[in-house]
Design a protein around this ligand. Structure first.
Ligand SMILES: [Zn+2]
Length: 599
């Protein structure tokens, strides 16, 4: 049973996308996409062989954008409905139908990108530089990076079709299976049946035995589904490996780097610097053990509250704080965030059949984004709200771009979210007088940063090991558990005891299934923001326009160039270390405050 929070009744209003599952516009749009893609194919097949003018290419790209845009709108609507109504078969049927139609439509449009790849390099570069195509320059050039990894049209169409019953089917099984699990927590003579978000929320409880019982309950339940979870993970990693073979990628992470447009060297350096700073984590874990009155921290203590009197926070209060924090940075940012509340673009209530976690979904340039939260009245929910609204503002502002430049490249996708968290943290520290609560805030800030930097690096290391091993042979549950254990042990070292069942920690992480190697983007994003935030502190208001410009730019430029424009050089060897110095100073502040409080 979920305890109702102050966000009860906070549903989103999806009418700006469609009026309901039976909105006739859905069918009309689907048919328009079908017909439009057929017409597009008739008109433009063979275009590049005819040495087209830049003007004609621009017209074709604009038509392509409007088709993709309609298709995204359909997919987004079905996706958002399913996210909060997992048990509604109507939503799932619509999602299936649109997925199926999308595959057909995309197959019909695939020729365009493939024919563009056939244009000889020099000619292609000349075309991309034409003033008429300025808006599409990055798209045209970056889409050619897949050339060595792209097959013929027949094969691409076939792979795309088969992906529904291959990768896609495993992803669906994973999502639906995890959402269907119920966790029976036996504690203090009582048995409660909890959803996963409610169970995970217990790791923030002050009662150590309860935290331990909750962690044991989570992993016991997951490990009892070993057959499903290990098979899903094997299928996903094998599919990835087959794809790598078919598309000639040398190592499992290479396709992600290419998608991210980030050089492998930048990521390797970032991971190495992260590991060289694991001592910051050890220092903090020892401080935290001291604050909790323990000899040594255990995995289930990481998020235990250090301040016993942390106030709870209603949904309305959370809203007011986030809006005030954003407003201090820039009034226009506050204005955009307000719209989410005023126009019901947020779904915040916890209820059965709703996905766990939180996200902000960009829809299409003509429609605003939507935010999903699971609000539980904890002060930490404010942080999640700031995070997702940061995304929301980023997505809202990038609507100035046309569809092909609208989506953020992954490496900067977490910039506005983490920046939003920092603004909110500073605001809270500015108004909070009680030293106990201030220590609590500081510790949760440090813990959140650890979860984004250190933990996500551990997750990435796990994936690197697991995917490399899957290229050799099928992975057993003990293999996966051991890879997880080893990657975590490097971070926790002697400072944290790992619960034996913690081995199962790999088995429920959606990113591993949805987007392998996504997680390093979190490390990248957080460290990037630590450095950007320092620039803001140094420069004050002079920094704001450059920052907002970054958010407005969508993916009009490659990540390194986007960041260069805001003044961040990701190739600079000191760049990553700078972020850790900010983190180190937060840990210092926490240590000092703890000593001052005699704890
Ligand atoms: Zn995020």
């Amino acid at each position: 049973m979920n305890t109702p929070s102050s966000a009860q009744g906070v549903y989103w209003d999806l009418n700006d996308i469609y009026k309901g599952l039976d909105d006739p516009q859905i069918e009309a749009d689907l048919q328009a996409c079908q017909a439009g893609s057929e017409a597009f194919s008739k008109t433009y097949r063979g275009l590049f062989a005819k040495k087209p003018s830049a003007e004609l290419i621009r017209t074709a790209l604009a038509e392509l954008e409007s088709l993709y845009q309609k298709l995204s709108q359909l997919g987004a609507y079905a996706g958002l409905r399913t996210a909060v109504e997992n048990l509604n078969t109507g939503c799932r049927q619509l999602e299936d139908k649109i997925d199926q139609a999308s595959v057909d439509i995309q197959n019909r449009l695939t020729f365009f990108d493939l024919e563009w790849l056939e244009v000889p390099e020099a000619e292609a570069l000349k075309l991309a530089d034409a003033p008429e195509l300025q808006n599409y320059r990055h798209y045209l050039i970056s889409s050619r990076r897949y050339k060595p990894h792209t097959l013929g049209e027949k094969e691409e169409v076939l792979l795309n079709q088969k992906s529904l019953t291959a990768r896609g089917a495993w992803v669906n099984l994973f999502d639906e299976f995890l959402a269907s699990l119920e966790y029976r927590l036996e504690y203090d003579g009582e048995t409660q049946t909890l959803t996963q978000p409610a169970l995970l929320a217990l790791s923030y409880q002050p009662d150590r035995n309860l935290r331990k019982a909750a962690q044991e309950c989570l992993y016991n339940e997951l490990s009892s589904h070993e057959l499903v979870l290990t098979n899903v993970y094997n299928a996903i990693t094998q599919d990835h490996s087959l794809n790598d073979q078919i598309r000639h990628y040398n190592n499992p992470i290479e396709s992600r780097h290419l998608a991210n447009e980030i050089s492998p060297l930048v990521v390797e350096r970032m991971q190495a610097v992260t590991e060289a700073n694991y001592d910051i984590a050890h220092r903090y874990y020892r401080l935290k053990a001291r604050l909790l009155g323990l000899d040594k921290l255990a995995t289930y203590d990481q998020y235990a509250p250090v301040a016993t009197k942390m106030p709870s926070c209603s949904y309305e209060n959370g809203r007011d704080m986030v809006l005030a924090a954003f407003g201090k940075f820039d009034p226009s940012m506050q204005g955009i965030a307000s719209k989410f509340f005023e126009h019901n673009w947020i779904d915040a209530e916890v209820r059965p059949g709703k996905r766990g976690g939180a996200f902000s979904a960009s829809i299409v340039p003509t429609i605003h984004p939507y935010v999903m939260l699971n609000w539980t009245d904890k002060l930490r929910d404010v942080n999640t709200m700031a995070h997702e609204l940061g995304h929301g503002i980023h997505q809202y502002l990038s609507r100035e771009q046309t569809y092909l430049n609208f989506h953020h490249p992954l490496p900067v996708a977490e910039t506005a979210s983490v920046f939003g968290e920092f603004l909110t943290f500073d605001h809270l520290m500015g108004i909070e007088q009680d030293p106990e609560v201030r220590l609590g805030l500081l510790c949760s800030k440090v813990e959140d940063a650890f979860a984004t930097v250190f933990r996500q690096n551990v997750l990435t290391r796990f994936e690197q090991t697991a995917h490399a091993a899957r290229r050799e042979q099928k992975l057993s549950s003990p293999d996966l558990c051991q890879f997880w254990w080893d990657a975590n042990h490097k971070l926790y070292g002697e400072a944290v005891d790992m619960l034996e069942l913690y081995r199962w920690g790999w088995s429920y992480i959606p990113h591993f299934i949805h987007t392998p190697f996504y997680c390093y983007a979190y490390v990248f994003g957080e460290l990037l923001v630590l450095s950007l935030y320092r620039m803001y502190q140094e420069e004050g208001q002079a920094f704001t326009p450059r920052y907002l410009e970054l958010l407005r730019s969508g993916s009009k430029w490659a990540p390194a160039e986007l960041l260069q424009r805001v003044g961040a050089d990701i190739n600079d060897e000191h760049f990553w270390q700078k972020g850790f110095e900010v983190l180190r100073s937060l840990v210092n502040q926490a240590e000092e405050l703890a000593t001052k409080l005699g704890r």
